[in-house]
Design a protein around this ligand. Structure first.
Ligand SMILES: [Zn+2]
Length: 146
């Protein structure tokens, strides 16, 4: 069995994402306030970061910024906090956001009460610094950029 050490933010106890060589450019862009995804010259953007395009298996993709705008495709509200590290964030909206460029991202909706989240809602990217990394969330599209 392979055991992978999970880093946690000391102040909040929340887990910090672990970079891989493939995902490092995604996190570097986030740190600079950009949402950057891999783009295949034939099939367009895809997410999550991986070695090959999920459509054609090509490895001639490159990184490119997207608008950071999209819509809520689906969501749920986490209220129980089965992971103790999440409890400080409850209630937590976990959503699938469909970007204007096409890819869907699992993320959190922040900046509004869960009752104000709806399928089809326009959202925009929001950034949160945590433990030396920058997390990608989404917030209502009419929010002041964060
Ligand atoms: Zn492709």
């Amino acid at each position: 069995m392979i055991r992978i050490e999970q880093p946690y933010d000391e102040a909040t106890g929340r887990p910090i994402p672990r970079r891989t060589p493939t995902s490092a450019p995604y996190f570097e862009a986030a740190r600079e306030g950009r949402l950057s995804l891999q783009k295949c010259p034939r099939d367009g953007f895809f997410f999550y970061p991986r070695a090959a395009c999920p459509e054609c298996l090509g490895d001639d993709w490159s990184w490119a910024d997207v608008s950071g705008h999209g819509t809520v495709y689906s969501y749920t509200v986490e209220r129980m906090g089965l992971d103790p590290a999440q409890r400080s964030q409850l209630p937590l909206v976990v959503a699938i956001v469909e970007l204007d460029e096409g890819p869907r991202m699992t993320s959190n909706i922040v900046g509004c009460p869960p009752e104000e989240v709806s399928v089809g809602q326009a959202v925009q990217v929001a950034f949160e610094d945590l433990g030396g990394e920058t997390l990608i969330h989404f917030e209502p599209a009419d929010s002041e950029p964060t």
